[in-house]
Design a protein around this ligand. Structure first.
Ligand SMILES: NC(=O)C1=CN([C@@H]2O[C@H](COP(=O)(O)OP(=O)(O)OC[C@H]3O[C@@H](n4cnc5c(N)ncnc54)[C@H](OP(=O)(O)O)[C@@H]3O)[C@@H](O)[C@H]2O)[C@@H](O)CC1
Ligand SMILES: Nc1ncnc2c1ncn2[C@@H]1O[C@H](COP(=O)(O)OP(=O)(O)O)[C@@H](O)[C@H]1O
Ligand SMILES: [K+]
Length: 514
């Protein structure tokens, strides 16, 4: 399992290595520097062949210490290396000071902010940002911002930009830029970020991936963690997806509630996704006025007339209907009518879109009716309507590092709602009420910008519902559906519209050996 760490968890891993005698700080720093050098040589093969030049910006902590190691290793390979230090050598922590002093036997150290900004001194080379890593406590002031700006000036176009551990200015826990006292949010924009031991949450959440460029994680010989609060990175389905034979009723019967005439498309998309992901049967619950419209559009899907809460309650007397999806295209009035009846039936239930927004005036009434078999799938706007206080903490400026993150807020939301909450976005965060959290990030090699298309969220709700109909618990269904959703988008590629997602699933499932 791949996990994403906070700055604190990373420090704990380091301390555990010290306590067990597995490594010293100087050894870890040496391996960190080696990791950066080998990652940059791997990323840009020409640099491994012909020595190039580097400008290395070192900060006042151990991130700066890594920079001095990198300077030494590159100079040994014949590179022309210029080193700059923010602050005084006297103030460096011991391991960073040691590497500063070793570098000083090979070359000089200039002071930051620049007396005279560095010149490119050649058409290409590498700028290394070793200013701040996991120890960033506040925003970059105007002087550091000026330094970063000077390295984006004319002449540096052909230079690669590498961040050590994290781009300076970016929070390790949240992926948000920390705001300085003057209100600015400067951060280093990297082509490649090389982190150590395990990726941090900030590499995947929020603006993280945008500023990291590409991400490499170097092994520095620390042991895997065993703390319970770790956040998992979703990189595969949470369970095998093959069907083990049996009757259609052995794979569950999902019920997707549709909106009225002219508004049935969203529910039909969700229902088709539920069927494609393997639910044995899927029925659309449709108001009378929309029956003709739906009947003209469906074949394998079934349809039942559901006008009011009583109809739904009566239908749910059939225990074979084991998973519900309400929200896509449902309409606010119908949502207020049907959601309480659906929740009272105690089935596995996905609430999305209108089924969430309809309760923005009375979220507590919704929360008290929810049960652990539910999954809420808000996008950012729906999340803000149900959890305005939590959303506000994410939208205001982050003035201190580490800053509050999407994971913190979705965990709080899941605890409040008493069920699984999935906050959608390129960085989707899923949390269970017991504090378990997972991130699925459609970034780096999994970027799927074409998923930002109308109806994509309806398909996701249907996938979760379909998996729950198959008996998958909400926590694993939410993660697996998110993974399949992005896999389907990747399989289809540009030009994707929501209708394509269910149709791409067979190939995706086949590729996964289902
Ligand atoms: N943990 C590990 O296992 C390993 C860690 N390693 C490396 O260590 C890095 C963490 O080192 P670190 O803890 O010394 O923190 P770092 O990021 O260098 O900064 C702290 C300094 O910056 C200062 N400061 C903060 N914000 C500021 C601002 N805006 N403007 C100005 N100053 C600011 C802050 O000052 P203070 O807040 O105390 O006033 C303090 O002096 C980690 O990212 C990785 O690269 C590797 O060697 C391998 C193993
Ligand atoms: N840029 C993006 N990269 C990856 N996934 C995205 C991106 N933008 C949106 N998505 C995903 O697409 C879906 C959009 O859902 P939603 O906002 O509810 O839209 P709709 O209501 O139109 O269906 C979510 O699953 C979200 O995670
Ligand atoms: K850095």
């Amino acid at each position: 399992m791949t996990v994403l760490l906070t700055a604190r968890q990373m420090r704990d891993a380091e301390q555990a290595a010290f306590a067990s005698g597995a490594a010293t700080g100087a050894e870890l720093m040496e391996r960190a520097g080696e990791g950066v050098v080998s990652a940059l040589l791997n990323s840009w093969g020409e640099l491994a062949v012909v020595p190039s030049r580097a400008i290395i910006l070192c900060g006042p902590g151990n991130n700066g210490g890594d920079g001095f190691v990198i300077a030494r290793l590159l100079a040994r390979r014949g590179w022309a290396v210029r080193v700059f230090l923010l602050g005084q050598a006297d103030g460096l922590p011991p391991d960073a000071r040691l590497n500063h002093d070793r570098w000083c036997t090979m070359g000089d150290v200039r002071r930051l902010p620049f007396d005279t900004p560095p010149q490119p001194e050649g058409p290409s080379g590498v700028v290394v940002d070793a200013l701040f890593g996991t120890g960033l406590t506040r925003g970059l002031g105007p002087e550091v911002a000026g330094v970063l700006e000077s390295l984006e000036a004319q002449g540096f176009e052909g230079w690669y930009r590498v961040a050590v551990d994290l781009p300076s200015g970016l929070c390790a826990d949240s992926g948000r830029r920390i705001t300085a006292e003057d209100g600015t949010t400067a951060a280093f924009r990297a082509d490649l970020t090389v982190s150590f031991h395990a990726a941090k949450l900030g590499h995947y959440l929020d603006e993280g991936a945008e500023f990291c460029g590409a991400l490499a994680v170097a092994d520095i010989g620390l042991s895997p963690e065993a703390t319970p609060e770790l956040v998992r990175l979703v990189q595969a389905p949470a369970l095998p997806l093959g069907k083990r034979g049996g009757h259609k009723f052995d794979h569950g019967h999902a019920l997707v509630l549709s909106g009225g005439f002219g508004r049935t498309g969203a529910a039909r998309l969700a229902a088709r996704a539920a069927l494609r992901v393997g639910a044995g049967l899927v029925t659309l619950g449709v108001p009378g006025a929309a029956q003709m419209e739906v009947a003209a559009q469906i074949t394998a899907l079934m349809m039942r007339r559901i006008e009011a809460a009583d109809d739904l309650a009566q239908m749910l007397e059939d225990r074979r209907l084991n998973a519900l999806c309400l929200g896509p295209g449902l309409g606010a009035d119908r949502a207020r009518e049907l959601v309480p009846a659906a929740l009272a039936a105690g089935r596995a239930t996905v609430l999305d879109a209108d089924a969430l927004s309809a309760f923005s005036d009375a979220p507590d009434a919704l929360f008290s009716a929810l049960h652990p078999g539910c999954v809420l799938t808000p996008h950012g706007g729906e999340f803000a309507r149900l959890f305005p206080d939590l959303s506000a903490r994410l939208s205001g400026p982050a003035r201190r590092g580490p800053a509050v993150s999407r994971v913190d807020m979705v965990r709080a939301a899941a605890a409040r709602a008493g069920c699984t909450v999935l906050l959608k976005g390129p960085d989707t965060v899923i949390a269970a009420p017991d504090g378990d959290a997972a991130v699925h990030a459609a970034v780096y090699e999994r970027a799927t910008p074409w998923l930002a298309t109308a109806g994509a969220g309806d398909v996701l709700a249907g996938l979760i519902c379909g998996l729950m109909a198959r008996g998958v618990d909400p926590w694993r269904a939410a993660q697996t559906a998110t993974f399949l959703h992005v896999e389907a988008a990747r399989h289809h590629g540009p030009g994707l519209i929501a209708e394509d997602l269910p149709e791409a699933l067979p190939a995706v499932l086949r590729g996964l050996g289902a």
